[in-house]
Ligand binder design. Structure first.
Ligand code: SUD
Ligand code: ADP
Length: 258
């Protein structure tokens, strides 16, 4: 019988990413997140007789540091969850590059939560799933809501749908492992600046295509200078009309209208 418990787990890019404030060791963002339709991992639940929680796939970390495993630990006390995952293994086919600013790990955690909610009949709302997901990673709430485009603020926990045309996004990921924590650290020490409330309001109201017509790569992403200072090789990949996603290392361009 064909396995129906299978879902795509999409990548994202940050059309723009500005810092609004500090919150303890973290930074509050003002950002537009957009799903990348042609880049996704695949997650499936497959009947198994292993009788132990199992995650199989081509991911580059140990099972217990996998975001899906972290998400599982946060919901395993719900009725039926442990039993379900003793009888079903989790399979992951990774296509989204890791350490790439494309949110692969966060997306996987969100897709897992959405699927577990459905197949274990947990009846949790998106808001409830988002709160659980935020404990796994800052970008998980965005993926929980499954919006094509959204304004994301706070430390990723405030997600508001943005209505615009679906974007055709091309990504390029240099083989440079950008460390998000280190990039924020150097940003705070050397490059710190805050977006004004007026500028934030303006960007959050604009279509992604128009934002990228107005801003250059550095203006669009407050973390780019910090990433460049730690990983100068990134500069070799800079090209006209290409932008930088998250804390890198991916660059992207929009092909709509081209
Ligand atoms: C900045 C974004 C934008 O999408 O970058 P990418 O990960 O996609 O590159 C994300 O919000 C990143 O989220 P995520 O990758 O989950 O970050 P975490 O692992 O939670 O954080 C790693 C470290 O980065 C710093 N950090 C992270 C997020 C944030 N808003 N402020 C921070 O200062 C903290 O020092 C934290 O310990
Ligand atoms: N399911 C997962 N997919 C990818 N990376 C994961 C996953 N679970 C944990 N990780 C770990 O998360 C880190 C990178 O996260 P990822 O989401 O790929 O990067 P980014 O946030 O830059 O897009 C690495 O340390 C990786 O080993």
């Amino acid at each position: 019988m064909k396995n129906e418990m299978i879902e795509k787990s999409y990548a994202k890019v940050n059309i723009f990413l500005k810092i609004a404030d500090k919150r303890e060791n973290y930074h509050e963002l003002v950002s537009r997140f957009v799903r990348v339709h042609n880049l996704y991992d695949i997650i499936s639940f497959v009947k198994s007789s292993r009788k132990a929680i199992t995650i199989i796939g081509n991911f580059g970390c140990k099972m217990d540091s996998n975001t899906v495993y972290k998400a599982y630990n946060l919901i395993k006390h719900f009725k039926g969850v442990e039993e379900f995952f003793l009888n079903h293994e989790i399979r992951m086919e990774k296509n989204i590059p890791e350490f790439a600013g494309l949110g692969g790990g966060s997306s996987n955690a969100a897709t897992f939560l959405i699927m577990a909610n459905k197949y274990c009949k947990l009846n949790l709302s998106k808001d409830e799933l988002s709160k659980i997901g935020a404990q796994v990673g800052a970008d998980v709430p965005f993926f929980v809501y499954e919006y094509d485009s959204a304004n994301v603020t706070g430390i990723g926990e405030i997600v508001e749908k943005f209505d615009e045309e679906i974007l055709d996004i091309k990504t390029l990921t240099p083989k440079i492992k950008c460390n998000t924590g280190e990039i924020f650290k150097i940003f705070r020490e050397k490059f710190y600046k805050q977006i004004s409330k007026d500028e934030a309001k303006k960007l959050l109201g604009m279509k992604s295509i128009d934002i990228l017509k107005e801003l250059d790569i550095k203006e669009a992403n407050d973390l780019y200078d910090s990433a460049l200072s730690l990983y100068p090789q990134l500069g070799d990949y800079e090209k006209k009309d290409w932008f930088f996603s998250g804390s890198g290392s991916s660059f992207f361009r929009i092909n709509n209208g081209k």
